[in-house]
Design a protein around this ligand. Structure first.
Ligand code: NAP
Length: 265
């Protein structure tokens, strides 16, 4: 796959990238089927396949269970180099009610989270860090974390920063402070399409999450729901990369083949 610019960051990304929720967390997720976390051997094989297929970006987060830690360990002896996007703001941990998300956008927590991600991912600098919005109406607390990330970028801890909003209003508020937005976009959830175009006009890179509706594809986009979903996304000029979450090597291979067909590569 030919690499494309991630907005004005100077970072080239593959049109498909790999989401890694399912490498680290299988509790309180919204996928259609329950699943076991892949073994180290299977996860390593998946990452090697991703390298071979031309994928150059992995997406993770502290809220994805053991994902960051596993990536740090697995990538240490893997051929090739991945860019990594990770997040700040959301933590997924034990509470008396069971494992669940909590949010902390304070400067202290943001800095602690970045240091922890650097350590877990075994990196000197983080490529992309996004604030994980809590969906709160005006996103004001989450935007505070974006200001802290601006400082961390100036300090050389992070190359590109941005926001993963839950609403178009949150995306719009974050746009002037962001190098990158991570937006939900699929046929059933089209509300962010205008934001993709606004971001593109502003030179802000766009990563797409839930492009395959987190696996809830049903039959509505037949004959090939993957092709319909990826054609819609990959032909939209402002979209730099579609982050698809999979732990199935056949699915990964199929998705890349479809992307190449759609892009005429
Ligand atoms: P997604 O990429 O739309 O869909 C993933 C689901 O689709 C998985 O269950 C996967 O199952 C299935 N799938 C993938 N390829 C398939 C194929 N060829 N045929 C059939 N099923 C297929 O949803 P997502 O994982 O929710 O989102 C993608 C990534 O975005 C995440 O991994 C994460 O990195 C990021 N994300 C970020 C946020 C945020 O708030 N920042 C929120 C959600 C997600 P198999 O494993 O069986 O392939």
């Amino acid at each position: 796959m030919d690499l494309r610019p991630l907005g004005s960051t100077g970072i080239p990304v593959s049109p498909l990238s790999l989401g890694t929720v399912k490498l680290g967390r299988n509790q309180a997720v919204k996928y259609p089927q329950p699943f076991d976390l892949p073994s180290d051997e299977d996860a390593r094989a998946l990452l090697c396949l991703a390298v071979d297929l031309g994928i150059n970006l992995l997406d993770t987060a502290p809220a994805y269970g053991s994902s960051e830690e596993r990536l740090g360990k697995l990538l240490a002896d893997l051929p090739g180099h991945f860019l990594i996007s990770t997040k700040v703001g959301e933590e997924f941990d034990d509470s008396p009610q069971g494992p669940r998300s909590r949010y902390d956008f304070s400067p202290t927590h943001t800095r602690t989270s970045i240091e922890r991600s650097l350590k877990r991912l075994r990196r000197e600098i983080l490529d992309i860090v996004l604030v994980h919005s809590d969906g709160c109406t005006n996103d004001a607390p989450a935007l505070e974390a974006l200001h802290t990330l601006t400082d961390l970028k100036a300090e050389g801890k992070v190359r590109a920063i941005g926001f993963s909003p839950k609403t178009p209003a949150g995306a719009r508020a974050a746009l002037p402070l962001s190098d990158v937005l991570m937006l939900t976009l699929n046929a059933a959830e089209p509300a962010m399409l205008p934001m993709v175009r606004e971001a593109h006009a502003a030179g802000v890179g766009v990563l797409i999450k839930k492009g395959l509706s987190s696996g809830h594809l049903g039959g509505q986009l037949s004959p090939d729901p993957i092709e319909s979903a990826l054609a819609f996304l990959l032909t939209e000029p402002g979209i730099s990369s579609v982050v698809v979450g999979t732990i199935n090597p056949d699915h990964l291979q199929h998705n890349v083949a479809v992307a190449e067909r759609v892009l005429g590569e």
